[in-house]
Design a protein around this ligand. Structure first.
Ligand code: ADP
Ligand code: MG
Length: 254
C-alpha cells in the first residue's frame, strides 16, 4: 500500500480537485484505491456523491482504537472506495492532540488496510498543524498544488521545510495548478519552476471542466477526458506512480 497526501498550507489551490481526479485515475490504472477525505468541508466526499456523515464523527474515527473499515464506503466506480468527511472534522486537530502520539494516529489506523488497498489518497484540509504532522508520518509522497503566484511558490518552501522537519527525505512533489498560460506572469512562473526538481512536469490548467465537478459530481477526467486538465491529471498520475514506485496494472484509458 502506498499513501499519497495532497496537502498544503493554503486553501482553494486545487488539492481536492487533484485528489478526486488522481483517485479515479489510480483505480482505473488497476490499483485498489481508497480516497480519504480529511477536510470538514467534504468536497471530495461530495464529488463522489457520498453523504458527508461519519457515525460518531471525528472523535469516534480518530479518537480511539477504531477500525477504519467500518467507515469506508464503496463508490460507483470499480476499485475505488471512499472514507468520507463530515463537519465534525473541524475538530480533528483537537481530537488528535488528546492522543499520546498524535503524529502516529493516521499511520496506525491505515496499517490494517495494507492488504486491502494498493493506493490511499489523502485529501487534506489546508494548514500545517497536527493533522498534517500525522499525514506526513503516514505518507509515502506529499503532493502539493501550487497556484502560479509568487507568494504561493514561497509557501512551497514552507511546506517542504515543515515536511522534512518531521520526516527528512520524505518524497515531495509540487505541481502548478490552475495555470492560465494567457497570463504573462503565469508563463514566467512556468519557466521559473522548469528547472526546479521539486516540481512535476505536469501542470494543471485552469479549466471549467474542473470547476464543473462540484455540480456534476463526476471527476473531470471522466466527464471531459479530452480536456487539457484531464490530460494534465493523467500525466501527473503517471509521475506520481513513478515516484511511489508503482507499475500501472491496466493500460491507461482516456
Ligand atoms: N484546474 C482548475 N481549473 C479551474 N478551477 C479549479 C481548478 N482546480 C480547482 N478549481 C476550483 O477552485 C476551487 C478550489 O479548488 P479545490 O480543489 O477545492 O481547492 P483546495 O482543495 O486546495 O481548497 C474549487 O471551486 C474548484 O472547482
Ligand atoms: Mg480541499
Amino acid at each position: 500500500m502506498r499513501v499519497v497526501a495532497v496537502a498544503g498550507a493554503k486553501g482553494g489551490v486545487g488539492k481536492t480537485a487533484a485528489a478526486v481526479n488522481l483517485a479515479i485515475l489510480s483505480a482505473r490504472s488497476g490499483h485498489r484505491t481508497l480516497l480519504w477525505d480529511l477536510d470538514p468541508q467534504g468536497a471530495a466526499t461530495h464529488c463522489y456523491r457520498a453523504q458527508a456523515k461519519v457515525k460518531g464523527g471525528a472523535t469516534r474515527l480518530l479518537g480511539g482504537k477504531r477500525d477504519l473499515a467500518a467507515f469506508i464506503r464503496a463508490t460507483e466506480y470499480q476499485r475505488l472506495d471512499l472514507l468520507p468527511a463530515d463537519p465534525s472534522f473541524r475538530v480533528v486537530d483537537t481530537v488528535l492532540s488528546t492522543r499520546r502520539w498524535p503524529e502516529r494516529v493516521l499511520r496506525k489506523l491505515l496499517r490494517p488496510l495494507d492488504r486491502k488497498y494498493d493506493v490511499v489518497i489523502l485529501d487534506c484540509a489546508p494548514g500545517l498543524g497536527i493533522v498534517t504532522e500525522s499525514v506526513i508520518a503516514a505518507s509515502d509522497l506529499i503532493l502539493a498544488p501550487i497556484i502560479p503566484a509568487p507568494l504561493a511558490v514561497r509557501s512551497l518552501d514552507q511546506l517542504e521545510e515543515f515536511t522534512h522537519a518531521h520526516r527528512p527525505g520524505l518524497p515531495f512533489l509540487a505541481f502548478l495548478s490552475m495555470l492560465d498560460e494567457r497570463k504573462v506572469l503565469h508563463r514566467q512562473l512556468v519557466a521559473q519552476v522548469r528547472g526546479d526538481r521539486r516540481f512535476a512536469l505536469a501542470a494543471v490548467p485552469s479549466s471549467s471542466s474542473v470547476e464543473r465537478m462540484g455540480m456534476e459530481q463526476i471527476p473531470a477526467v471522466l466527464a471531459s477526458p479530452n480536456n487539457l486538465a484531464a490530460v494534465a491529471y493523467r500525466r501527473l498520475w503517471a509521475e506520481v506512480e513513478e515516484r511511489i514506485d508503482l507499475e500501472p496494472q491496466l493500460p491507461s484509458q482516456p
